[in-house]
Design a protein around this ligand. Structure first.
Ligand code: PHE
Length: 461
């Protein structure tokens, strides 16, 4: 058989950018601010940072090392590193990528819609009588619009993955991530100038432990998987393109640090706006997508300094952040077809992208436009969109994360994991023994706690 040569990142920086792009997405821009709000900030943020350090970082290193050592996508990687039966764990990851991508694309489509709208408002003026909630409701209920938006986004995702790791994914990340950072800094500067910024910083960083509940601790833990793209093989797949010359520990540290920084910055921006406008506090709690797509559009044009420019830029930011995440999801499924089914990349991308789009159609039509899809009920959730999100966040990512910890901590030998982490390029602060302790005991115990909580009825979606 003729082997396709395995693609690889051109440098450490290329991997860090692509993986950071995967990690930064709706989890940072929308979900983290929202759960911080619901859990009363302060103490919740500290607990979240602890989860990122104690569970997220060790598992990030574990996924990258499993990938590099096996040089395979998620299915082959688990099989080669932990044993034949583990291929099912890998397939669980592929399935997860499939489902997650199917609905993530729909929200991505909304950001396109709002970009287009806000572009119009910037030049035509913001209509004084616009009911933002109605506009949102109309666009999600408009079936053909939803299909067009998500199709456009799917095509963009497929287009990037088609060109491979270095020429597609890495090149895109190199262009998009700097743009994303610049837009965020502009938004941050403008938000800090608003009257509510002092109160926002206090809300986010002043610990008030009396207000934190146990469910909040588990929510922080569950979210650390989602936001770091862990538990489904994204980082295993990206790790399989790392060369031996790069340090896994350094890369993992950088990815985790960037992701956390961006989540905090996004939260500061949103809360500065919220605290600057009287009465907005009550509105925010009501709807999960409300903050991003209902409250913010109007505020850009009525409250925020330079909002007419920052508004459209903000929605471009959301779209770009989401694109670098959807790319990584599609790559998980694509690399499975390439590595295990021996397909050519181009064919594998088309096959997986096309199949996933069928489910994207279900997700896109979940909002009232199609009676059957918007009314199916499972796990106490209504509509394909909510069901899929619930299943992924509550079940698939935590169980996947547990499998990674067990594979790296208990099934792989000490020698194997040590060779990958102590690769000669590791930073001076790194202690292998500490990593091993966290991956063998701390991470599995923490994930088991989530799974137990889900079984007892907690909901992380
Ligand atoms: N990390 C992404 C976010 O925060 C979501 C994601 C999860 C992407 C898993 C890929 C894999 O939005």
């Amino acid at each position: 058989m003729e082997m396709q040569e395995r693609d690889a990142w051109s440098s450490n920086f290329g991997l860090v950018l692509a993986a950071t792009g995967s990690a930064i997405g709706l989890g940072n821009l929308w979900k983290f601010p929202f759960i911080t709000w619901e859990n009363d900030g302060g103490a919740f943020v500290i607990v979240y940072l602890a989860c990122i350090l104690a569970v997220g970082l060790p598992i990030m290193m574990a996924e990258l090392l499993i990938g590099r050592r096996s040089q395979k996508g998620v299915v082959g990687a688990f099989r080669d590193m932990a044993g034949p039966a583990w291929k099912w764990v890998g397939l669980w990851g592929v399935l997860c990528g499939f489902i997650l991508l199917s609905y993530y694309t729909v929200i991505a489509g909304w950001s396109l819609f709002y970009f287009w709208k806000s572009f119009g408002w910037t030049f035509g003026g913001f209509p004084a009588d616009l009911a933002a909630g109605d506009l949102f409701g109309e666009q999600v209920g408009n079936a053909s619009l939803q299909l067009m938006l998500s199709l456009a986004f799917s095509v963009a995702t497929i287009g990037v993955v088609y060109f491979g790791v270095q020429k597609g994914i890495e090149r895109m990340a190199r262009i998009l991530l700097p743009v994303l950072f610049v837009i965020l800094v502009l938004l941050l500067v403008s938000a800090l100038g608003m009257s509510g910024s002092g109160e926002a910083l206090k809300f986010i960083f002043e610990p008030r432990f009396a207000e934190l509940e146990w469910s909040g601790v588990l929510e922080a833990l569950g979210h650390s998987f989602f936001t770091l793209s862990l538990g489904m093989g994204t980082m295993i797949t990206y790790g399989s393109y790392i060369s031996r010359k790069q340090s896994i520990v350094k890369s993992a540290g950088a990815i985790v640090a960037f992701d956390t920084l961006i989540a905090l910055v996004a939260t500061i921006i949103m809360f500065s706006v919220i605290f600057s406008v009287a009465g907005l506090n009550e509105e925010v709690g009501r709807s999960t997508v409300g903050m991003l797509f209902i409250s913010l559009p109007e505020l850009f044009y009525t409250e925020m300094p330079f909002g007419v420019v920052l508004g459209p830029l903000f929605y471009v930011l959301v779209a770009l952040a989401v694109l670098t995440s959807t790319i990584s999801l599609l790559e998980v499924v694509t690399s499975y077809l390439i590595d295990e089914r021996e397909m050519k990349r181009q064919k594998a991308v088309m096959a997986s992208g096309g199949a996933i789009f069928v489910f994207t159609i279900f997700a896109a039509l979940s909002f009232g436009s199609t009676p059957v899809l918007s009314t199916i009920v499972a796990f106490g959730k209504t509509g394909w969109f909510s069901i899929a999100d619930h299943f992924v966040s509550n079940w698939m990512l935590p169980t996947g994360g547990l499998a990674v910890a067990i594979a790296a901590g208990w099934f792989m030998t000490r020698k194997a994991t040590m060779e990958e982490l102590m690769d000669g390029n590791q930073p001076a602060w790194f202690r292998y023994g500490a990593w091993r302790f966290f991956i063998r005991y701390v991470a599995p115990a923490a994930v088991l706690a989530i799974i137990l909580a889900v079984l007892l009825g907690q909901d992380f979606s």
